[in-house]
Design a protein. Structure first.
Lengths: 240, 183
């Protein structure tokens, strides 16, 4: 028998394989995954596009400027498809939040090296009034929004402290909303690294595992020497 | 002379690719042993990874083996796969639709599913992937070799061993079933 020949399987096994029903996700699950992937790709593509445009191909993610341009198109189409897809719209809004029965490794980010003043004021109101729809990340890439004006550090710090407080209080959905607010206003702000670390934590605590892992991978590529890497590793460690 | 059309170019048609390849990816991961939320998470991760690595995709090649190769590697990284389910009520739910669908399937299909999955469960992950790709998903051996990054002759050798073990496990599952029915 030559290397490329395979002996046939026994007849009864072949008959059973012929009868084996196909596996397919239910319509609800398919729509939920479709929406989740679209939501996960939205910030990714937007960030990639912005970073690639600003850095002229020197992005740590390695995405080319052309690829980034495509990414924006793709994601727009993907999300539009998710909304238009059968049953997907309903899934996009009140996505069932998984029940967390065991505490996730939400190691609250260590105190950053940057000196920060304790901020006691209440967290700002979320930009979106519907906290049950955190997966819908609607954010236009702000090509010119790169460098925040001087003096923004206090506002950045205030937002991140509010997000951290929410995480500590077991309100990751609120934390994510505030972090998205920081992302909108200070996409490449001075505290962007810390924000991204907390986004990973918040997503993990919401059990949006795929999104968290994707964001964590981007974080590691973008900030290879980050002091938050242990936090990222801890947050995304698989539970046994 | 124009280049032949790419089978399924990644890039500006990611959405169409997703729609076309979702079921094969899902089916393959299910046959690797993923269930419930793990199956859902892994399926999402495959497409997210494919998107991230879209520049590594060779459009001259069919996309499905490339995706299934990603699926295999994600499953191999996924230590929870088939070994335990996360203990939440919400995660137990996704198995229910499968069971409902089963009611409409023929008894033979149900028996086939039970026996084949019992046999698959006896295989280590790599052998399981080889059998699933070749005998359940219908991929060619060269495509499997490329998807898994294994030399062609090695793939043949491993596939032969995997199918042998699969056949033995299937026979054992049949025997268990017969003895259970006759008792």
């Amino acid at each position: 028998m030559s290397q490329s020949e395979l002996p046939p399987l026994p007849d009864d096994l072949r008959r059973m394989l012929a009868e084996l029903p196909g596996e397919a996700p239910s319509a609800d699950v398919e729509a939920r995954m479709f929406a989740a992937i679209g939501a996960a790709l939205a910030p990714t593509a937007a960030a990639t596009a912005t970073a690639a445009g600003a850095k002229a191909g020197a992005s740590a993610s390695g995405a080319s400027a052309v690829g980034a341009g495509v990414a924006k198109y793709v994601v727009a189409a993907f999300i539009a498809g998710a909304v238009a897809g059968g049953g997907a719209h309903a899934v996009l809004a009140p996505t069932p939040v998984r029940v967390v029965t065991a505490p996730l490794p939400i190691a609250v980010a260590p105190e950053p090296a940057v000196a920060r003043e304790p901020v006691i004021e209440p967290p700002p109101p979320p930009t979106a009034p519907a906290p049950e729809a955190p997966r819908r990340v609607k954010r236009e890439p702000k090509v010119e929004a790169a460098a925040p004006a001087p003096g923004h550090l206090g506002e950045e710090r205030r937002l991140l402290d509010a997000a951290r407080t929410a995480l500590r209080e077991g309100k990751p959905d609120r934390a994510l909303t505030v972090l998205e607010q920081h992302l909108q206003g200070f996409e490449r702000g001075e505290l962007a690294e810390e924000r991204e670390a907390m986004r990973v934590q918040a997503l993990m605590s919401l059990q949006r595992v795929a999104e968290a892992r994707l964001l964590a991978a981007e974080f590691r590529a973008r900030y290879p020497g980050s002091m938050f890497l242990p936090v990222i590793d801890e947050a995304t460690r698989e539970t046994k | 002379m124009p280049e032949p059309a790419a089978p399924q170019p990644l890039g500006n048609d990611f959405q169409a690719m997703y729609r076309a390849e979702l079921k094969p990816v899902w089916s393959f991961l299910r046959r690797l042993g993923a269930q419930g939320r793990d199956l859902e998470d892994l399926t999402q991760e495959v497409f997210l990874t494919a998107y991230q690595r879209r520049e590594a995709y060779d459009p001259a090649q069919p996309i499905r083996p490339w995706l299934l190769g990603i699926a295999y590697r994600r499953a191999a990284d996924h230590r929870r796969l088939a070994y335990h389910a996360r203990e939440t009520e919400a995660e137990a739910a996704p198995e229910v639709p499968d069971e409902r669908q089963d009611h409409e399937r023929s008894l033979l299909a149900k028996e086939a599913k039970e026996l084949v999955y019992q046999a698959l469960d006896e295989l280590p992950l790599e052998k399981r992937a080889l059998v699933a790709l070749h005998d359940l998903e219908g991929e060619s051996v060269p495509a499997i070799a490329q998807a898994l990054g294994v030399p062609l002759n090695t793939t043949y050798s491993r596939l032969r061993l995997a199918r042998d073990q699969f056949a033995r496990a299937f026979a054992a599952a049949q025997e268990r079933r017969r003895s259970h029915v006759s008792v």
